[in-house]
Write a protein that binds this ligand. Structure first.
Ligand SMILES: *Cc1c(COP(=O)(O)O)cnc(C)c1O
Length: 396
């Protein structure tokens, strides 16, 4: 184990020193008047990252999973129908949560490696003349398969059918790393967390919520207490929290937003595109394939990579950890044993990504993978040199 190497798991992500220090604050009184001055601007500035001016930002002390629960329990009632596609572990878990809440879950089964099936959503929505479907749930970036989906296309499916269902999106592993447009895509609730694109410790669910979603909170009958939007909004309106806020994370969030805006959100997204391109160049040089089925589905924050037939991806990630102190993501669900994942989101730089690629190549060579030592690293180096030149030119 090394506490010097960056992690290459797709969350929680590496925490920049600047943010670790920002979270190092002594207890302060959250009922004191100056808490408002800290907290209110954080909520306001987070709207920019969600791409909303008309929506609200609501946070809870929780991991992302709690954000899913807040989304459904504040807007839906037992027996309501929700439409969801299953194409990976995270969409699967949200489905499971809906079922356990007594919702009637209409599932569209997709291959793992596919994205949100806008055309099949359109078909289901067009067929639902009685508007029984109350919400469509979509995982923007399926972290298990490294697939990003076109949320705008799902919005067009809803609009094309003239369907009033809410659109809820899990953007836990995409927000603050890839473009997100809550207003433009007509997203009603977007769920994120503190420990991925925001580069903070785990512990805050961060939601972007439309006015339309808020209109449902009085009629929604699913039980909730801790996650009740009404309590949170009432307390936030007075600058406070209905219970003890995760103060250190709020200070961290304030600094994280500063870092993101200093780099510039567009530059943050471009950096993730470049890092992902380098990883994909390496995968190609290794002669391996991505789980994501086609280029428009390739995620800029995580790549799920099939190992060659006859090899066990768990043996690879275990060896990388024990021999080199490097952490990569294991294959989740049906990908377990046949694919591993490289997380390339958060604070990473080209050079850090090269170190991860070099390390996993050593582990592959140790386990007699049919790869040439250095081939993946060289391919990524070429990609970074070329795109870096382009980035510098466009900045000049
Ligand atoms: C990380 C992640 C979550 C949330 O997981 P938590 O461990 O509860 O924070 C949800 N969805 C996706 C797509 C994720 O990557």
């Amino acid at each position: 184990m090394s506490d010097q190497n960056p992690v290459f798991i797709p969350g929680p992500t590496n925490i920049p020193d600047r943010l670790r220090l920002a979270m190092q604050v002594q207890t302060r009184d959250h009922r004191a008047p100056d808490f408002v001055e800290t907290f209110a601007p954080v909520l306001e500035d987070t709207k920019r990252v969600f791409g909303t001016t008309s929506g609200r930002v609501i946070t809870f002390p929780s991991s992302g999973t709690g954000g899913w629960e807040a989304a459904i329990s504040n807007t839906l009632s037992a027996g309501d129908t929700v439409l969801v596609a299953r194409y990976g572990m995270f969409s699967h878990r949200w489905i499971d949560m809906c079922q356990r809440h007594g919702l009637d879950v209409q599932i569209i089964e997709c291959d793992w490696g596919a994205g949100a099936p806008a055309a099949r959503f359109a078909e289901a929505l067009n067929a639902d003349k009685a508007h029984k479907i109350k919400a469509v749930l979509v995982t923007h970036n399926e972290t298990a398969t490294g697939v990003v989906s076109d949320i705008g296309a799902v919005r067009r499916a809803l609009d094309g059918a003239g369907h009033p269902a809410l659109l809820m999106v899990d953007c836990v592993s995409s927000l603050a790393s890839m473009p997100f447009e809550l207003d433009a895509w007509g997203v009603d609730i977007a769920v994120a967390g503190s420990q991925k694109g925001f580069m903070l410790a785990t512990g805050m669910a961060i939601l972007g919520v439309s006015e339309k979603a808020l209109d449902h909170m009085e009629s929604a009958k699913l039980p909730r207490t801790f996650f009740d939007f009404r309590d949170m909004l009432a307390a936030n309106a007075k600058g406070g929290f209905p219970y003890t806020p995760p103060l250190q994370l709020i200070y961290g969030m304030r600094e994280s937003l500063k870092m993101l805006f200093e780099e510039g959100l567009d530059n943050v997204y471009a950096r993730h595109t470049r890092l992902a391109g380098g990883v994909r160049a390496a995968v190609n040089a290794w002669g391996m394939g991505l789980v994501a089925q086609s280029p428009e589905l390739y995620s800029d924050t995580v790549s799920a990579i099939y190992v060659p037939k006859g090899f066990d991806s768990n043996a690879l990630t275990e060896h990388a950890f024990s021999a080199y102190g490097l952490s990569f993501g294991v294959g989740l669900g049906q990908m377990n044993g046949c694919a591993f994942r490289i997380g390339h989101l958060g604070m990473l730089t080209d050079v850090m990504v090269l170190s991860g690629l070099a390390g996993i190549e050593m582990a592959m060579a140790d386990l007699d993978y049919p790869v040439t030592l250095g081939a993946g690293v060289a391919a990524a180096q070429r990609h970074f040199r070329v795109t870096r030149t382009a980035a510098l030119k466009s900045a000049a």
